[in-house]
Ligand binder design. Structure first.
Ligand SMILES: Nc1ncnc2c1ncn2[C@@H]1O[C@H](COP(=O)(O)OP(=O)(O)OP(=O)(O)O)[C@@H](O)[C@H]1O
Length: 766
């Protein structure tokens, strides 16, 4: 059927026109409301009644809320005006006679008089029928109730610039048509929203119980990042009343990645959420400079074999991320806690105001929900209050005591006049002295009492535990042997001399910071999304959970891409059992990014990994086989690369990346391109804190390419070859799974990409 020959096409054009008109009207009316609210705000500010401020403030804040909501409504409607909806369903509820016709879009719009929905938000419960339901008998849940009925139509719309281009009815056979088209499109170096084509398995994750953590092991290109972002959007929609977007946080692997996902969040109606990296987050929590050894340095050294004592360095990296280290720190913290309990009772002058035992109880038990140093502050506050109230009573008592004595001397005791005089003077002096002492000490007693506790900064504690062999041994002797303890302390000692930390240390730093000093309120997110979570360590996840005091995490990752597995996670079940016992664990096996031909080759590399992961199933989309070009010298290699880039552009590829194995290799590739490339194509050597320039051919190393995607990828090996060890296999797998459409390999022999392990006929050799 031709594009516009659908029998309902005209009717749908009319519906679209109506919807747009209605939106215009609502926008206009809301803009008028906006003016009124603004005027009200101005008037209530001018006429603020200082005597009756509570009522005025109440009015003002109500008005401000209305203004904010109206502005948001206007913003949302304007945003979707050119594409108000993308799908429709016809649903006959059981027991009803008239079908509901519902249009789904990225925001909702209701008829202002009847409250009937004109557009239904894709995140509303009933939208499940579109994503989940086949035609026929279906049901959906809303607010704990299950609604059943019959779904007779699922229709998709292609609307561009506010004009209806095409409509498609989705039945059992054609469900994937729009998905196919959307995947066949071009990558813009930017992640996009997928609300129109969210698949059933993805929808389940987006809408999985929002009150529980979720762990997703997803194949390369299965939509993990995309889904995690859609889940945030769904969360904010569902809990709009309880959560502000600022209370949500995304932890991304680097700033390049944050830039890569930055377009999709506003598209999904989520823009004020905290987006950061683990490194920046921990720095923010500590509030100090943390000088890190460049995180990729160790990986590069592992790869090029330049590490001394690699086995022990590997051990130390994984130990720093283990929950055993957390146990050791816990033991140490118990002693730290004892060390901050002031010794002895609290006195004001010679009067005991509070027993040491009670102070200890406050610190160890009563305030155990607070960081240690906050507990001390609290004790300070308690003692100050006591001083404030007790001081008056004490002064009165002292006054009375000496006045009684004086009176006795003057009127009751039989003393000779000289003695009496001296007695009275002494008593008066003593009284003055004591009262003055009480007055004076009342200002200093608390400070003096707490001063006995030696205070230190975070690094002191970190160093004390990790660089002193005797201290570490005290807490770790049943976990580590002497050789390990000595190695650990020496290793940390060297880092301390350089005043540096490793990325692996972030877990301990955050954990100690949380227990000793606490994390700033604005950084205590209530819901967290972690992407590329396979690169985190168990302890990092544990420390984050403790510091944030919530287990509301969405954790997505792929063990097959765990290039930092020497320090990261190897087993999601351990994460679930030991850190997030309430979590739901789920897997995504389908890849939406890559063509069947490319995925077949990547799957062969995956099979070489010592991991128990099933093959990735590409969504059926065919392309050309990956091609291998053999070169004899560097100049020839560049020539071949340039010719391929030209072909790729001719074939309509928009974003192209050349991926080198390591950072060093990609620097070399950039040099070769500028030496022999005659400036035919602009290249951009990608670094961590850069934005991708879409027009340029991007040169990037495999580790940094993780998470990104391009229309076409050229793997180019000059000096560096991929070998069969686990890290390098993972790097190769990551690199091979970046393209949407085309993969070309350049090397001086097929074995540099381990192609001898790839089944015959899967790669074309030139
Ligand atoms: N349901 C879908 N409809 C359309 N496109 C989709 C769908 N799911 C995923 N995609 C696309 O597939 C590509 C891969 O998605 P994404 O980057 O989220 O995957 P990932 O699992 O995070 O990948 P990786 O682990 O390799 O980084 C993106 O271009 C995304 O837009």
């Amino acid at each position: 059927m031709g594009k516009r020959q659908h029998p309902d096409f005209q009717e749908e054009v009319e519906r679209l026109t109506f919807t747009k008109k209605y939106m215009e009207m609502v926008i206009q009316a809301s803009e008028l409301d906006e003016e009124t609210f603004k005027k009200n705000a101005k008037e209530s500010l001018e006429g603020i009644d200082l005597k009756d401020s509570s009522l005025s403030y109440l009015n003002m804040s109500m008005n401000a809320n209305l203004l904010q909501r109206t502005q948001e409504e206007i913003r949302n409607l304007k945003k979707i005006y050119n594409k108000p909806y993308f799908a429709r369903i016809n649903f006959l509820r059981d027991g009803k006679e008239v079908e509901e016709i519902l249009y789904f879009g990225k925001a909702s719009l209701f008829d202002r008089e009847t409250q009937d929905p004109i557009i239904v938000d894709w995140r509303s419960p009933i939208a499940n029928l579109y994503y989940d339901g086949r035609l026929g008998e279906v049901n959906y849940e809303a607010e704990g109730e299950c609604y059943e009925g019959n779904l007779s139509l699922k229709r998709q719309y292609i609307i561009e610039d506010g004009e209806l281009q095409e409509i498609r009815d989705v039945d059992l056979t054609t469900t994937d048509e729009l998905l196919q088209e959307s995947l066949a499109g071009s990558s813009s170096n930017r992640l996009t929203d997928i609300v129109t084509t969210i698949q059933e398995e993805q929808n389940r994750i987006i809408r999985a119980d929002l009150n529980k953590p979720i762990i997703v092991q997803g194949a390369a290109g299965s939509g993990k990042t995309t889904i995690a972002l859609h889940r945030i959007s769904y969360f904010i929609y569902t809990y709009a009343e309880q959560f502000r977007p600022e209370q949500l946080m995304i932890l991304a692997p680097n700033n390049l990645f944050i830039d890569y996902i930055s377009d999709v969040l506003p598209e999904l109606g989520v823009d004020r959420i905290l987006q950061t990296t683990l490194i920046d987050y921990v720095k923010g929590c500590i509030g100090k400079k943390v000088q890190l050894v460049p995180p990729s340095e160790k990986l590069s050294k592992f790869i090029d074999g330049s590490l001394n004592n690699a086995e022990m360095v590997q051990w130390i990296s994984s130990f720093k991320g283990s929950l055993e280290l957390k146990d050791i720190i816990n033991r140490y913290l118990e002693d730290v806690l004892q060390s901050i309990v002031p010794r002895g009772d609290f006195y004001l002058s010679k009067f005991k105001l509070y027993s040491g035992e009670r102070v200890e109880k406050l610190i160890v038990e009563q305030y155990n929900y607070l960081p240690y140093y906050r507990r001390l502050e609290k004790v300070g506050e308690v003692l100050k209050n006591i001083v404030r109230t007790e001081k008056k009573i004490l002064l009165q008592k002292v006054d009375k005591f000496y006045e009684d004595k004086i009176e006795e001397a003057l009127f009751k005791l039989k003393l000779d006049p000289a003695k009496r005089k001296s007695y009275v003077t002494k008593a008066m002096d003593k009284k003055d002295e004591l009262m003055e002492e009480i007055q004076k000490e009342s200002r200093t007693a608390v400070r003096a009492y707490l001063k006995q506790v030696a205070k230190h900064d975070l690094y002191h504690y970190f160093d004390e535990l990790f660089t002193s062999r005797s201290v570490l041994k005290k807490y770790a002797s049943d976990i580590l042997d002497d050789y390990q303890i000595n190695f650990f302390c020496d290793y940390q000692g060297k880092l301390r001399t350089k005043r540096k930390f490793e990325v692996e240390d972030l877990a301990s730093l955050l954990y100690l910071q949380h227990h000793l000093f606490g994390v700033p309120k604005e950084l205590r997110a209530r819901n967290v999304v972690i992407d590329e979570a396979q690169d985190y360590s168990y302890f990092q996840l544990y420390a984050l959970k403790s510091a944030l005091n919530t287990d509301m995490f969405t954790i997505v990752g792929d063990l097959a891409q765990g290039i930092h597995s020497y320090r990261g996670i190897n087993d999601w079940h351990l994460v679930k059992e030991e850190i997030f016992p309430r979590a739901t664990y789920t897997t995504l096996q389908k890849s939406y990014r890559t063509t069947v031909e490319i995925m077949q080759v990547a799957n062969e590399v995956l099979a070489l990994l010592p991991l128990d992961l099933p093959k990735v199933e590409p969504v059926v989309r065919h392309g050309t086989r990956p091609v291998f070009y053999e070169w004899a010298n560097e100049a020839e290699a560049v020539e071949l690369v340039l010719a391929e880039i030209s072909r790729l552009y001719d074939d309509g590829m928009k974003t192209i990346a050349i991926i080198g194995k390591t950072e060093k290799e990609s620097v070399k590739l950039e040099k070769l391109m500028s030496k022999y490339g005659n400036g035919v194509y602009n290249t951009q050597l990608l670094r961590e804190n850069e934005e991708i320039n879409q027009e340029d051919v991007v040169i990037v190393h495999s580790q940094l390419a993780k998470g990104l995607e391009f229309d076409a990828v050229l793997l180019w090996s000059v000096d560096e070859v991929y070998s069969l060890n686990e890290i390098e296999l993972k790097l190769l797998y990551v690199a091979m799974t970046r393209p949407l459409h085309r993969l070309t390999l350049f090397g001086h022999s097929p074995s540099v990409f381990l192609l001898e392990h790839v089944g015959e006929g899967l790669v074309e050799y030139k």
